[in-house]
Design a protein around this ligand. Structure first.
Ligand code: M6R
Length: 592
């Protein structure tokens, strides 16, 4: 979603630095971008709709700037237009602002501003921030910022410039914001991924704090204007792992990294033993487990719930975070709430975590981004070790979520009467991409069909859900995922000779049932692709069988999704769409 860059330097050339770093935020999704540069006592503002390269073309002047702020906008309040693109200026042109998040009381603030004869030019909630700043009297700008933040309801990360000062004023509530410093410059960013080239350390601005950033120092204050000491974090390998290398697209790169990610998790959890680091009492007296996430992470929650219930015999259930938050969940100190998120910033998941904490539950985060808000707020963190994921379509992070949740379930089983003994080294031997070139043929079947269905039972049904999400997300093909047993209860009426049905079958005990579902589909004229790693599947009704590599049934759910990740990617390319940046979607959904 939206991204913020602020840059202040002793050296000129800041506009190029800003654009270079703004491009590193492209992966988060955006529909317009803008920059405000400060020179003398005036702002130079440029905005454009669409790609950042459009904005770059407008910066055809000497880059003799030392200070500026910029933004990638993902429209929430007001349509995609130049007028609504950030930065926004105050009516007197003294203040410029860029903002991530949502100001929930923006209508009330607009009404108040009308009484002060301030007319807002855009449809955004953001413009109210600079309008309020401009109304306040006096010269102490950091105090003014403190006063304005107390008037704002909602979530925000903001970076402001005043036309007469080489200072970046920043503030945050719920939305993340970071500041880095070296000998010559300071940079404000909503994502530490941008710091890799020029900075070795950075500071996470604490929640509900504001800061004054000059080229020489960063002063952070809490709500009561007390100075706050913030410790620095190293810019680590995670922040540097976003290079595309030899690949054409991040989606391709990230799918190809799955075996490496599995290896990293297995060795990392062996060396560090994350479970040993957790206080022994943490897992005691847990009566139920709730796993909460959105989208792909929610599918991982469904799978994790199965693992935990099957191995540890504790009642476990997966929840969609945006539903969980409003469901008055029955949770107490004997409930373990697990929050699963690649980004660690998904608003609904984060707010669900806060709800669970307020009810006294034990909270555990399974996250990829180590410095994320969810990682910081949960009692215990299990890292995904997947390296940075850039493509909006989540792939390697999903496989990582399943593996980490399986390791957790195996660990929890030690407290039960039937401790599990799983040979994870099988994951080092399996061929993750066996026969993937054959998927090209299946892609053609997808493109010839009018309707696509994914069906399965048990873990394979969850795989069907995730397979459907992958395909629709980047190919815009409408598809349906349902449990095989539900076909006859409604969806079968959709099946005709223009339908393609993927039957996923990895459980020998359920194979016969899946085959009979296939026959029902065939009888209605549908085409069937069976995706399996079982031997000797005999069924005349199946049009195409795709075999992925054999592995012990206990581990097959970790790899059974790979053919579908590849299928979505290949179909997307054939349709000529961008696999990394699907329309209307953002990598990290930081607003509700
Ligand atoms: O960062 P998170 O894992 O919390 O994100 C949750 C979903 O927004 C995300 O998984 C989304 O469904 C993916 N784009 C799907 O590929």
């Amino acid at each position: 979603m939206c991204g913020i860059i602020g840059y202040i330097s002793k050296e000129k050339g800041v506009s190029k630095k800003i654009i270079h770093n703004l491009k590193k935020l492209e992966y988060r999704g955006y529909d317009s971008s803008g920059i405000c540069l400060l020179k003398g006592n005036t702002f130079l503002v440029k905005k454009s709709v669409g790609e950042i390269s459009n904005l770059e073309k407008k910066l055809d002047f000497d880059d003799d700037f030392n200070c500026g702020i910029a933004h990638t906008r993902w429209a929430t309040h007001g349509k995609v237009s130049l007028k609504n693109t950030h930065p926004h200026l105050s009516q007197d042109h003294c203040w410029a602002v860029v903002h991530n998040g949502i100001i929930e009381n923006f209508l009330e603030l607009s009404e108040f501003l009308k009484t002060q004869c301030v007319t807002l030019k855009s449809e955004t909630d953001t413009e109210t921030i600079v309008a309020l700043m401009a109304l306040l009297k006096g010269n102490d700008n950091i105090k003014k910022l403190n006063e304005v933040t107390t008037m704002l309801v909602g979530s925000f990360a903001i970076c402001l410039l005043h036309k007469s000062e080489q200072v970046l004023y920043v503030a945050r509530r719920h939305s993340p914001l970071y500041v880095a410093k070296n000998d010559t410059s300071c940079m404000v960013s909503s994502d530490p991924v941008t710091f890799g080239e020029d900075f070795e350390t950075y500071y996470a601005l604490p929640d509900d704090c504001i800061a004054k950033v000059t080229v020489d120092k960063i002063d952070v204050y809490d709500k009561d204007m007390n100075k706050v000491c913030v410790s620095a974090s190293e810019v680590g390998s995670f922040e540097k792992s976003a290079e595309l290398g030899k690949y054409s697209f991040y989606a391709e790169k990230e799918i190809s990294e799955i075996p490496k990610v599995v290896d990293t998790i297995l060795s990392n959890y062996k060396i560090v033993d994350h479970f040993k680091k957790i206080n022994k009492t943490f897992f005691r007296q847990i009566k139920k487990v709730k796993l909460i996430g959105c989208g792909t992470a929610y599918h991982a929650c469904l799978m994790g719930a199965k693992y935990i219930q099957d191995y540890a015999h504790i009642e476990a259930q997966g929840y969609i975070a945006s539903e969980f938050r409003y469901s008055k969940p029955l949770i107490d100190k004997h409930t373990l709430c697990i929050f699963v998120s690649q980004s660690g910033e998904t608003a609904d998941t984060l707010l669900s975590l806060e709800l669970a904490k307020s009810k006294g539950a034990k909270t555990l985060a399974v996250v990829n981004v180590p410095y994320s808000s969810i990682a910081q707020k949960a009692d215990v963190v299990l890292p995904l070790c997947a390296g940075m994921e850039v493509a909006v379509m989540s792939t390697k992070a999903y496989n990582a979520m399943l593996l980490v949740l399986k390791l957790l379930a195996t660990h929890l089983s030690k407290f039960s009467e039937t401790p599990q003994n799983i040979d994870y080294t099988e994951l080092k031997k399996v061929n993750y991409f066996k026969d993937v070139q054959k998927i090209d043929q299946i892609t053609n079947l997808v493109l010839k069909s009018e309707k696509v269905f994914f069906i399965g039972r048990g873990e394979d049904y969850i795989c069907a859900l995730e397979a459907g999400l992958k395909l629709k997300e980047i190919t815009y093909i409408n598809c349906v995922s349902i449990p095989s047993g539900e076909l006859k209860h409604g969806t079968l009426s959709l099946v005709d000779n223009k339908s393609l049905v993927f039957v996923i079958a990895t459980d020998q005990n359920l194979l016969a049932k899946n085959i009979s579902s296939a026959s029902e589909i065939k009888a209605r004229g549908g085409k069937i692709v069976l995706v399996t790693n079982l031997d000797d599947v005999q069924c005349k009704d199946i049009d195409y069988v795709y075999h992925f590599d054999k592995i012990t049934p206990k581990l097959s759910s970790i790899i059974s999704i790979i053919p579908f990740q590849v299928l979505a990617y290949k179909t997307c390319l054939k349709l000529g769409y961008s696999p990394d940046k699907p329309r209307n979607l953002a990598k990290s959904v930081t607003v509700e």
